[in-house]
Design a protein around this ligand. Sequence first.
Ligand SMILES: [Zn+2]
Length: 317
Amino acid sequence: MLRYAGANIFFDWLLRGNLPRGTSVFCYADDTLLTARGRNFGEAASLASAGGSQVVDSISRLGLTVALHKTEAVFFHGTRQQEPPDAHIHVEGVRIGVQPQMKYLGIVLDNPTEKEEVREEAREAITLHWAEDLASATYGRWTLDAIGPVLNGWLDRRHGCLSMRLVQVLSGHGCFGSYLHRIGREETPQCHHCEATVDTAEHTLQVCPSWAEPRRALMAVVGNDLSLSSVIASMLGSEETWEAVASFCEDVMSQKEAAERMRENDPLAVPLSRRRRGRRRRIQRLSPSAPGGEQRATGAGAPPPAPQGSTPALRPL
Ligand SMILES: [Zn+2]
């Protein structure tokens, strides 16, 4: 289990990326549960170490620090398995002792004979918390309307991982005039690529004439309806459609970012965007609410059931 500061529904999607086969991860807010299954303690411990390192690495790349000395681990086993004396695992060189139980989102995980329930209960608790988050309008209407109805589908999907540029379009938090204006980096929310007075993720995806060509390629795969809910439904439908959307986002957002950099470097640019240049990189991250905040990490050496579906490859964050 890993705990980190800053909650974001997209966090989980990013962390899932490149975990070793046999491990899976559940995240909510500052609690992350990593499970690893093996035929014996040694195998599970080895996977938990490798998976733990991956998660720590992903979290570090989001600008957060994991407090590994606060990590906890539990070993779940059947009646024929024994927990070795002084059982422990190592994550990033830190020794983590195996405890008789741990708490995750209020659930005590301590029953070695009901390992399937551990996974089910953790998933249920997280789904509930996420649903509450979405209902509380932590995210914009753009994201809420599209993701709320398919939350379970997202959690159960067997393909697709998120690049940062894909997340920007899905969340509306990124290199869009309206967002840059809202955080004080642009004087107006206007689109710099057409005459529109407001640039949003929706405008970029559906309307802006500058992106007509990549949009045509996208529509050839996902169809003509580019509402976010329809796009997300398409992404869930197949790996091909997921990749088509991801490719559109990479293509368009990289061009928007390049244009923004040029505006910032323009000696005639209005002082506002140049003065705030140092803040630019924060937009490209997910901007967890407390970057640099302390996190506690807890690894779980456990043999729960196989993870659902294949483990997708991680895209660069
Ligand atoms: Zn435009």
